[in-house]
Design a protein around this ligand. Sequence first.
Ligand code: UGA
Length: 421
Amino acid sequence: MAPQRILVVGAGYVGLTTAACFARLGHWVICADVDEAKVAAMSHGEVGLHENGLPALVRDGLRVGRLGFVHGIPADLSDVDFIFLAVPTPSGAGGEADLSAVDDVLAQIESARADCVVVIKSTVPVGTATRVGQRLGRPVVTNPEFLREGHAVEDFLHPQRVVVGSEDEEAARRVLSLYDGTGAPVVLTGSTSAELVKYASNCFLAMKLSYVNSMAELCERVGADIGAVTEGMRLDERIGSAFLTPGPGWGGSCLPKDTEALLSTSRSAELDFPLLRATIDTNARQARRMADKVKDVVGGTLAGARIGLLGLTFKAGTDDLRDSPAMAVAEVLAAEGAHLTAYDPCVPPGSGPVHTVATPTLAARDADAIVVLTEWPEFAELDWAELAGEVSRPVVVDTRDVVPAEKARSAGFRLVAIGRP
Ligand code: UGA
């Protein structure tokens, strides 16, 4: 396809990745955001997000002139072929997605050309594209993103699938051709089904994790090893090998919000969806369960205990603290009177929501227990003999299965893992 002119609205991690990657695929892209300071920084190639490969891609796009940034939506949209909506859709009070940012954008794009295709990239409730199409009186296409934080560029340029949904097949095919060159399998469908693909996928992943977290709990009670159990499960291709590592719970900006939103959609459709409810409820218990493990190893009370936390972000490879399970555990520990000192490679000292320090060694100093909450690869390389010289009690609770058991034990640590006897 000849290079197209694309406006991406929203310069968050989805919008910015979409903009930079479309520029890489040869299109002319402008990315608009309401945050003036962010736009100014990005125009100089300064990307405030910790996202592998994204800063370099943004700078490349700026250098060759295929990517630009603007504050607010331009008044003149006459040369725009596609408008991608990548604005936030946070959870509203009842779990349903809050679409006010989408509505704000819609009010500002009415002057776009009649053949300009409006594409919804944000995760929006089932039925939104139909409503937006009626309101705008023009083709609207749903094109959900499947970008994992930390791997967003790779996921965009080498997608496992591209899903495009619309009642206007020509518009859908035009959107599809923007991805020429990625070689991805394609699902071309109606907008409602495309909207549902996104929720169905994220909620399935959440369900898989709640299942494996419960299975880990069962392993602890019956004396089995979750590592061996999941090893056996992973070899079954029908189950698949990913998303079977137990942890302190699933979090981030997507899974918690999308599970609540799908539950709200089911409620509106008068469908009882107990599996989804149990997925959410199981996860809500995880922070308490992790805190109880810590309580146990420090002698039955957290009041006054000094705990060194390793990891605060919701997973490794990102600086994102939104809905982080690590933070949820920290909150329970703090609420019960523990004194927390945390280290995270992506949270600068003094800047975190809990007291953060510059090294794992400082986090371990005088600790009654070390608790690993994020699976940063560097935690597998720690010098446990050195940490043993810092702590007040050599105990480590590893909620992410990253600590090499032999190394920690030979340095004198008692290691408490998840789902192990
Ligand atoms: C998720 C989906 O994986 C993406 O496909 C989707 O595009 C994205 O949401 C979105 O909707 O934008 P992300 O939020 O980056 O991506 O996070 P995940 O990689 O899915 O991890 C979610 C949580 O599950 C994290 O807290 C992670 O630590 C946890 N997790 C993941 C485990 O505890 N165990 C695992 O085996 C895998």
